[in-house]
Design a binder for this molecule. Structure first.
Ligand code: UD1
Length: 418
């Protein structure tokens, strides 16, 4: 069991470099298994989800190297196998093997995927998509058996613009016979990143990044190459921290268009930042204004930044409203914030936050990945020492978080209690 120990209130100066996007790379690694060729993925973050996915693709016969932020995958001896349950249930992105193996071998077998407990997280849209392309899906004891004689392109309308379902349908359709249209597709930048990768392999995908994606099936896919886009959620988390503690803090390696809704909200609360190309220079300001934040699908305010943002709202003077619209269960961190001194009233998926409140260090729990980020931000601005437990969640998604924050002046360390 690992814990984070944070001494609060240290000013942060220097540069934090943003790594590759977790939610891109966790789809790119499975996507590399679509080809029998070789793939190279640049700018790979060193997070535990990446290591787990590497273990999974090794069980599927891939030869993998991971050095200097570059993964190479040689899939010339790839085989189809059930994804071991102990891997599948450890991360959400294991569900991408459903679409990938179905596409390649016309059959996949895998347990219900794991990931953060932030809601019921059904995968019915993925299943409907597979079925629309001609697959049969059997669910037995939490295990999915998906197979097809042939996959045939179709028109698929998603009830919700789901990131996972859009990508899984894309994977299943790249080698299907004929043309697939995905309507109400997710528009997240990670979708564009994955589509670009598949295009380098020879896939024919049009409209990624819009709500209508067209995929023309091809017979074969070749070698692939891609650079993982910067992690907009990691960048957003450090922007939030910079708003509270920055002294000419530089967040380096962002794509500002990917952070539009976040930068707009930070501007509204009065945050002092300047964008210089791919860098943001950020300074703490004395007085922050309250604001309403509602999470939405991209390009709206990302649900993955809602929790850390709620910690920032405790430092705004007045009443802020934070509404989570994507998941049912993303408010478990609120009781820990209140225990640290915040004044937050919870109404189901909305939180009324009264600030500015002093936060006091104490022991709190990272109930999920982004709740962990919210607790980390709280600990960094609290009086005294904060201990965050269950930080395995945080390490799944934030690369070298202790090293990055320590290098700009934070007093933070991990202790292993095993
Ligand atoms: C991905 C991200 C996650 C992020 C989320 C929304 C990965 C590995 N995870 O998750 O960090 O929070 O996008 O930006 O990339 N839904 C259904 N049925 C389905 C699929 C989804 O009802 O078949 C619902 C979900 O319960 C949720 C919403 O749609 O309420 C969004 O889910 P989705 O976009 O699919 O999120 P994930 O791909 O799981």
């Amino acid at each position: 069991m690992k814990k984070l120990i944070i001494e609060g209130k240290h000013k942060l100066t220097g540069t934090i470099k943003i790594g590759g996007a977790k939610n891109s790379v966790v789809a790119l690694i499975p996507a590399a298994m679509l080809t029998n060729g070789k793939s190279t993925i640049y700018n790979v973050p060193d997070i535990s989800d990446v290591h787990l996915l590497i273990e999974i693709i090794k069980t599927l016969g891939a030869k993998v190297t991971f050095e200097n932020e570059i993964i190479t995958i040689d899939n010339s001896k790839g085989i189809n196998k059930e994804i071991p349950e102990n891997y599948a249930t450890k991360l959400r992105a294991s569900y991408y093997f459903m679409g990938v193996l179905l596409s390649k071998y016309k059959q996949s077998e895998i347990s219900y995927p794991g990931g953060c407990s932030i809601g019921s997280r059904p995968i019915d849209l993925h299943v409907t998509g597979f079925e629309k392309l001609g697959a049969q899906v059997e669910i037995n004891d939490n295990k999915y058996f998906i197979k097809a004689k042939q996959l045939i392109g179709n028109d698929i309308f998603l009830d919700f613009a789901s990131v996972g379902a859009t990508l899984n349908i894309m994977f299943s359709a790249v080698k299907a016979k004929g043309i697939t249209h995905i309507y109400n597709a997710a528009k997240e930048p990670e979708i564009v990143n994955v589509a670009s990768f598949l295009s380098t392999m020879g896939a024919k995908i049009y409209g990624a990044g819009t709500s209508e994606i067209t995929i023309e099936g091809v017979d074969e896919l070749g070698d692939g190459i891609v650079e993982v886009i910067p992690d907009r959620i990691e960048a957003g988390t450090y922007l939030i921290i910079g708003t509270l503690l920055g002294k000419n803090l530089i967040i380096d390696g962002i794509i500002k268009e990917h952070l539009g809704s976040v930068l707009t909200k930070l501007k509204e609360i009065g945050c002092d930042f300047k964008i210089e190309g791919t860098k943001v220079v950020i300074n703490k300001v004395k007085k922050l204004k309250p604001v309403n934040v509602k999470t939405l699908v991209y390009p709206g305010f990302p649900t993955d930044l809602g929790q850390p943002m709620s910690t920032l709202l405790t430092q705004c003077e007045g009443e802020s409203l934070f509404e989570e619209t994507i998941y049912e269960n993303r408010m478990r961190h609120i009781k820990h914030l209140n225990a640290m001194g915040a004044k937050i009233k919870l109404f189901d998926r909305s939180a009324l936050i009264n600030g500015q409140t002093k936060l006091r260090g104490r022991t709190v729990v990272a109930t999920d990945l982004r709740a962990g980020a919210a607790m980390l931000v709280a600990g960094m601005i609290a009086d005294g020492i904060t201990t965050v437990t269950n930080i395995e969640h945080i390490l799944r998604g934030y690369e070298k978080i202790v090293e990055k924050l320590s290098s700009v002046g934070a007093n933070i360390k991990i202790i292993d209690t095993n």
